[in-house]
Design a protein around this ligand. Structure first.
Ligand code: KIV
Ligand code: ZN
Length: 508
């Protein structure tokens, strides 16, 4: 038996953008829409075209420029909106108009001030008008989860007869609970004759934190389209999160038997970060699937388990959502196993006794510092456990540079106790210095990274230069600080050369 596909309808650019403070300009919307297409969503709801000229233009450009998914525009059940929506999406390869009209008593009475008959008439007229323009029409009875059952069935029946291909059941205010919501979907399937002519969709908000659970229960009860957003972005507490829905269906295939999505899950993390960057909405570190801590372990017991077999504490492979591997965070809860592995990854293989000393130092530091970085570990190993001898030392330097002369450096260094002086020119003053040093000591390496940052503030700020030198399969780093950035650069180079010499002569 073939697998049944769940249509992933992404509304990050419409409902997601309704999140306070998350507005996007047109180019940002295009960039996200292109990434959503790479992610493999089936439908992109690109905006609400009538709401502003900017939104209209954005939907129009997405429709023109993004190929693959259906491009959808939202519309209230009035001709002006439907016309705007159609004009915005019409150039898409596969356009869709999404019409909505509230059907709950509370919305009809206070917001729309209309009776059931009028609502029914307007819904049918809107769907017919949309169908005259576009083959693919979706209808949403807004606030469906708080709509009286019988009226909901009546509306759904009528809009399907009027030509809606998808009926979307929104839990607009995130009020429903999983069991209750699944009963609504079940009820519709049992009570609406001809329901099979349309795809049942769900659109769950997260006010009670149940958006994903409600959507998934609906899937188990026959919904075949899920409306969701990247990072769960959306009005108030947001919408159901795309990544959580997709990864639950995939990870718990034993429960979601015979059901699949066509999402390229390896693109999830990248898409999440892009949406976060462009909307300015940070992803909470403990957010499922895409949070910074989703695949991070700090406890020693967990780290030990993950190193032995990742399935002990990981139910998904980080690579499957595009995260580059498990992150074993070194902190005060970490154990020897993770510490040793991290040192190994940094190129340090210590004998048992030295490892113990280093581990003690690490624990001391971890009590003072929340997180221990690779640089801290390098310092512990290099400077405390095995002091790196300064075979190469700077004595003094002289530099001539300007925009009319070729930068030239003269460097005086001591190498293995002997004094050397050498002069060279280069592409810039730093390059000239490095070439001058290379003339004395041929390290035959390649500068693969050079970074400079200020470590204090003000005009007399201390500059810190960090570099990486690669030679054959060895990569070493070096650091130097000075108020003179040329001097900091020379110190960093000399530091890296000393490490390289030490590494060669003294494999720990
Ligand atoms: O939450 C909602 O009801 C909506 C509709 C427009 C589908 O966003
Ligand atoms: Zn919504």
């Amino acid at each position: 038996m073939g697998e049944e596909k769940i249509i992933i309808f992404d509304t990050t650019l419409r409902d997601g953008e309704q999140c306070p403070g998350a507005s996007l300009n047109i180019n940002e919307k295009i960039e996200i829409a292109k990434q959503l297409a790479i992610l493999g969503v089936d439908v992109i709801e690109a905006g609400f075209p009538v709401s502003s000229p900017g939104d209209f233009e954005a939907v129009k450009r997405v429709a023109k420029e993004v190929r693959g998914p259906i491009i959808c525009g939202l519309a209230r059940a009035i001709p002006k909106d439907i016309n705007a929506s159609y004009n915005a999406v019409r150039s898409a390869h596969r356009p869709r108009i999404h019409v909505f009209l509230a059907t709950s008593k509370i919305h009809m009475k206070y917001k729309l001030k209309k009776a059931e008959d009028e609502i029914l008439r307007l819904a049918v007229a809107a769907v017919k008008l949309a169908r005259n323009k576009c083959e693919d029409v979706e209808f949403s009875p807004e606030d469906a989860s708080r709509t009286e059952d019988k009226f909901l069935y009546k509306v759904v029946d009528a809009v399907i007869k009027a030509g809606a291909r998808t009926v979307n059941i929104p839990d607009t205010v995130g009020y429903s609970t999983p069991y209750e919501f699944s009963e609504i979907i079940k009820g519709m399937r049992q009570n609406v004759v001809g329901i099979e002519k349309a795809v049942i969709s769900v659109h769950c908000h997260n006010d009670l934190g149940l958006g994903v659970a409600n959507s998934l229960l609906a899937v188990l009860n026959g919904a075949r389209q899920v409306e969701c957003t990247i990072n769960g972005l959306g009005e108030r507490a947001g919408n159901a999160s795309l990544e959580e829905i997709v990864m639950t269906i995939r990870t718990r295939n034993d429960i979601f038997k015979g059901i699949k999505t066509c999402i390229n899950t390896k693109e999830i993390f990248k898409t999440s970060r892009l949406v976060s960057k462009l909307t300015g909405m940070p992803v909470q570190p403990n957010k499922a699937i895409v949070g910074a801590n989703a695949f991070a372990h700090e406890s020693g017991i967990h780290q030990d388990g993950v190193l032995k077999e990742s399935l002990t504490y990981e139910i998904m492979r980080p690579e499957d959502v595009g995260v580059m591997g498990t992150n074993l965070v070194l902190g005060k809860h970490s154990g020897r196993h993770a510490f040793k592995e991290r040192l190994k990854a940094l190129g340090f293989i210590l004998k048992e006794e030295k490892l113990e000393k280093a581990f003690d130092r690490f624990k001391e530091l971890a009590d003072k510092k929340k997180q221990i970085y690779d640089e801290d570990l390098e310092t512990i190993v290099n400077e405390e456990i095995s002091k790196i001898p300064e075979e190469l030392k700077l004595v003094h330097f002289y530099i001539a540079s300007g925009d009319r002369i070729k930068p030239t450096a003269t460097i005086a260094i001591k190498y293995k106790g002997k004094f050397f002086e050498s002069t060279s020119n280069g592409d810039g003053p730093v390059d000239a210095c490095y070439r001058a040093i290379d003339k004395v000591i041929k390290i035959d390496g390649k500068l693969i990274d050079y970074q400079i940052k200020s470590v204090t503030s003000g005009k007399d700020a201390l500059g810190e230069v960090s570099i990486k030198i690669g030679r054959k399969s060895d990569v070493v780093s070096g650091r130097g600080a000075s108020t003179d950035i040329i001097e900091a650069s020379i110190k960093a180079y000399i530091n890296a050369v000393n490490r390289l010499l030490h590494k060669e002569s003294h494999k720990l």
